[in-house]
Design a protein around this ligand. Structure first.
Ligand code: ZN
Length: 321
């Protein structure tokens, strides 16, 4: 019996593998199939990350990366399998298989067409960030990654953005507000028909950067029944790139647990989308995070909720049966 199991809501491994032209099973990245096994992963969300700037065909590009994901699943079907429901994750786990959930990081891949959302749902996508760091047809990002980086907190979802979130809830896809600006996050929270996630965002009270969530947002997320995934990127944890980030990650967890309970916390490491943090240097280091949370006084049940049970709850609540 493993002492813990892990569900992680966000990584950029598929696009990182494509760029590095390396293996899914064994590689030097933060995540490989072998490393997921060592890290006690029950499920990993694999985001297809699309860099919009200068790209004329985001929809097509996203599908190409998804073909690669499909190929990795096929080649390793005895050890890992794509899932679309919480029940399948539990069944795979019982059969010694890791689960993989396909997600999207950049709503611009829809190219402004609702029917493309249906297409991605049909490919198994069950979660999508509305934006990355660029404005798109849906909304505005919090950290604007243009020539002069700046924060845009005022402009909420565009009309197409409201259509998208409603269609996502009709279909059974989790709305992910990581990267979205403040006004957009409130638009989603105030209109949510299902639990949402901030798949890879920490607490602004602990480390004040726009990509993290304010206490007010976190309390509203709790009321919504949603969760936020702890991001291991040093820029979002403490800004200190020269020390072990694990004690700082624990500080984020303690604060969020204080104001919104452990039921509002999940994991979203952002592996292979970030520079390598000290401490959580790859996905096998979940053992160290588990030990640190134990040491900080979190019970086994608290950790089980944060590490996997909360996400299963949110996924199931979003499913359309
Ligand atoms: Zn991201």
């Amino acid at each position: 019996m493993r002492e813990f199991k892990v569900i992680d809501m966000h990584c950029d491994t598929i696009t990182a593998i494509a760029r590095a032209n390396t293996s899914f099973v064994d590689n030097d990245l933060h995540i490989s199939l072998r490393k997921l096994q060592k890290g006690n992963y029950m499920m990993q969300c694999f985001a297809i990350f699309i860099y919009l700037k200068g790209l004329s065909n985001p929809f097509e590009k996203c599908n190409e990366y998804m073909d690669l994901f499909d190929q990795f699943m096929k080649e390793n079907e005895k050890e890992i399998a794509q899932v679309t429901t919480a029940k399948e994750i539990v069944e795979n786990d019982a059969n010694g298989k890791i689960s993989a959930l396909l997600t999207i990081e950049e709503g611009g891949v829809l190219e402004g067409k609702l029917e493309n959302l249906q297409h991605f749902y049909d490919r198994g996508v069950r979660m999508m960030t509305l934006t990355w760091n660029f404005e798109n047809e849906i909304a505005f990002p919090n950290y604007v990654y243009e020539d002069v980086p700046r924060c845009d907190t005022e402009r909420g979802l565009k009309p197409f953005g409201f259509e998208v979130i409603n269609k996502m809830w009709d279909l059974g896809m989790i709305v992910d507000v990581s990267h979205l600006n403040d006004a957009g996050i409130y638009d989603v929270l105030n209109n949510a028909r299902k639990p949402i996630v901030a798949s890879h965002s920490n607490s602004r009270a602990i480390w004040n950067v726009p990509r993290n969530m304010s206490d007010d947002m976190i309390r509203k997320l709790k009321a919504n029944g949603g969760i936020m995934g702890m991001n291991y990127c040093d820029h979002f944890v403490s800004g200190n790139t020269d020390r072990n980030q694990i004690p700082d990650i624990v500080e984020h967890v303690k604060h969020i647990a204080d104001i919104a309970g452990v039921e509002t916390i999940g994991l979203g490491g952002d592996f292979d989308g970030i520079s390598t943090p000290i401490g959580m240097s790859d996905c096998t280091k979940t053992h160290d995070l588990y030990a640190a949370l134990n040491e900080a006084g979190f019970s086994q049940n608290d950790i089980d909720m944060m590490f996997y049970k909360n996400f299963l709850r949110v996924l199931e609540a979003n499913e359309v049966k």
